[in-house]
Design a protein around this ligand. Structure first.
Ligand code: PMP
Length: 406
């Protein structure tokens, strides 16, 4: 049985008070909280194993390298990549997308080519492709959404004849789960390279890059119980082999003379400079933690909490929910508008009650423009979210309505 109270014991911050009130953390889509095991792994590294990786021949350096590289195998297994050479460590999803832009896009996208993305993307999976199109005089085609916040089926045709397709597996505003397997197949059939933004999906459900059939997948560690500064870009080995490095210097080289340089093997060719070693070891522990919970259980729990949030929010007069109505069509988040109250005011008043939600455009301005709203409020959930916290949100919203006479 999924015991949320027991799980909450593993997250020390959930015992904190904010402004004298118990913390109700409903902003996990921005970043998740971290279990003590992860926090301990980071401090233990500094206490016992701190040394740079892939450099020193001393024992401490070798131990640090061993622990660090072990995480690459954990990521590989977690997303079912074929080999650890297909896992490049990055700071986050944004850096991973930019690595594809500079390493693959600048070399392969030519004038007149078409790049396809969607209107629901986070800026990190939108602006890189918009800029790539601008730099290369290519065309950016954007798949629209229907009234329910799902991608319009007939617009998937835009993928035909495209050179590159970038789509999120889960929207950070609508919550919509996209059929990335189908989209990547359409891309493959049309000879396009595909990138899946897994920032919201990898922390929410089982991810299998081979089943999805994507060429690239990007995700951030900090949204899946791991420290900031961790993340990965998965890339198919043959594509990575043909890709240019994005950053030069340090251990990404094979040989350097005054005249020229040659590059290290995969994956280190793409990892210039000293990495975030302790944090990456923390990522490994976060993966172990998620696996222990079981990704199917994580998915079920998030869906359960989301269904409850959809129901309770739906009962509040003046609340308009954005995105699909069914929890099983969503990642664990619900964005909404409250009539007559700006989302920033909603968030500020909820904060007085110790409730943390996010308000604004959530780095998805094209989507908000499309929906013709300046901003929205968003409650988002994780492995430790309990239904009582949704009840607290609803009570908080009633208070907001009272303050604003809404
Ligand atoms: N894509 C999506 C769908 C996201 O939700 C986020 C984070 N909000 C990102 C990309 C960017 O992630 P990061 O800031 O960790 O690079």
């Amino acid at each position: 049985m999924y015991d949320v109270e027991k799980i909450r014991q593993d997250f020390p911050i959930l015992r904190e008070k904010v402004g004298g009130k118990p913390l109700v953390y409903l902003d996990s889509a921005a970043t998740s909280q971290k279990p003590k095991e992860v926090i301990d792994a980071v401090s233990n590294f500094y206490l016992k194993s701190n040394a740079n990786v892939a450099r020193g021949l001393h024992r401490l350096g070798e131990e640090a390298t061993r622990q660090y590289e072990e995480v690459r195998f954990k990521v590989k297994d977690f997303i079912n990549a074929r080999s650890e050479r297909e896992v490049l460590f990055t700071k986050n999803t944004t850096e991973a997308a930019n690595m594809v832009l500079y390493g693959w896009g600048m070399k392969n996208i030519k004038e007149g080519d078409r790049i396809v993305t969607t209107i629901m993307e986070h800026h990190s999976n939108f602006v890189p492709w918009q800029q790539l199109a601008r730099m290369k005089k290519a065309k950016l085609d954007v798949i629209d959404i229907d009234a329910d916040g799902k991608l319009k089926e007939d617009e998937l045709e835009k993928i035909m004849g495209a050179k590159f397709v970038a789509v999120s597996a889960a929207s950070n505003v609508l919550g919509t789960l996209n059929d990335v397997k189908k989209i990547c197949k359409l891309a493959r059939d049309s000879g396009a390279v595909s990138l899946v933004d897994g920032a919201q999906s990898v922390p929410s459900m089982k991810t299998d890059v081979r089943d999805i059939g994507c060429d690239f997948l990007a995700f951030s560690g900090h949204k899946m119980l791991a420290p900031f500064g961790t993340g990965a870009l998965y890339g198919k080995e043959e594509i990575l082999q043909a890709m240019d490095p994005f950053l030069y210097g340090s251990e990404m080289i094979h040989k350097v003379t005054v005249e020229e340089s040659t590059w290290n093997d995969l994956p280190h060719r793409f990892e210039a400079g000293t990495p975030v070693v302790a944090e990456t070891i923390g990522l490994g522990v976060a993966i172990d933690y998620m696996k222990k919970l079981g990704m199917d259980n994580v998915k079920r729990h998030k869906e359960d909490v989301t269904a409850y949030a959809l129901k309770r929010l739906g009962e509040v007069n003046g609340v308009k929910i954005i995105g699909p109505k069914n929890a099983h069509e969503r990642a664990g988040l619900v964005a909404f508008e409250l009539e007559k109250v700006h989302p920033h005011d909603v968030a500020a008043i909820l904060d007085d009650s110790g409730i943390a939600i996010r308000s604004g455009h959530h780095c998805a301005m094209p989507l908000h423009l499309r929906l013709d709203i300046p901003a929205s409020s968003r409650a988002s959930f994780h492995v430790y979210t309990k239904k009582e916290e949704i009840d607290a949100l609803i009570t908080g919203l009633e208070k907001v309505k009272m303050v604003f006479g809404a």
